[in-house]
Write a protein that binds this ligand. Structure first.
Ligand SMILES: [Zn+2]
Ligand SMILES: [Zn+2]
Length: 188
């Protein structure tokens, strides 16, 4: 009996003009292919996906402030340390320190917010770390851009390279944090 009902065509709960056999495997609402979201456990409607996402968003208000502050301070310190290391070519230190600093920020933030999480918190932490790093590198970037604009021969290429490496540092730092924190946020 139930089998027969499930075989019947019904209309999508959002698109009454579309007949469908698909159902959300959580709430049982009929859904058309466009409204269906594939999950590891089967098709679900967008409402169920949304309410599930909320369950995974556990961050509280103060977490955004704590996470943001930690990220901006460590982002700044990391950029500072990166510029201080003299014995390696700067592209190697940039790569090393940006990944290390990104991981350190993730570990510190997770511990500080007691592993609470949300996709918004990930964005706040990533942006704050990026801002911290840019503040840390600002003087360096300005100096190199100034050298570039003077057009001093011989220095130009190195300065341009350094500006690119500094920008890459910030991009890798943010990418590391995004990848690491996103790994813990529920993804469909
Ligand atoms: Zn549903
Ligand atoms: Zn639909």
């Amino acid at each position: 009996m139930t089998e027969e009902i499930h075989e019947e065509y019904q209309v999508c709960y959002k698109h009454p003009d579309r007949k469908t056999l698909l159902r959300c495997n959580r709430c049982g609402k009929p859904i058309c292919p466009e409204c269906a979201v594939q999950t590891p456990t089967g098709y679900r409607c967008k409402d169920c996906i949304k309410s599930q996402q909320k369950v995974f968003d556990t961050a509280e208000k103060q977490d955004y402030i704590i996470g943001g502050l930690i990220a901006i301070v460590l982002g700044f310190l990391g950029a500072f340390i990166y510029q201080l290391i003299p014995f390696l070519p700067s592209y190697i230190t940039a790569l090393l320190i940006s990944v290390l600093c990104g991981r350190l920020i993730c570990t510190a933030v997770r511990a500080a917010v007691k592993k609470r999480r949300s996709s918004a918190l990930t964005k706040v932490v990533t942006a704050a770390a990026g801002i911290g790093a840019v503040i840390g590198l600002w003087q360096n970037i300005i100096v190199n851009i100034n050298i570039l604009s003077w057009g001093a021969t011989g220095f130009g290429f190195n300065s341009l390279l350094q500006v690119i490496i500094d920008i890459a540092y910030v991009v890798i730092l943010c990418g590391t944090i995004l990848a690491e924190l996103n790994g813990m946020v529920f993804r469909r």
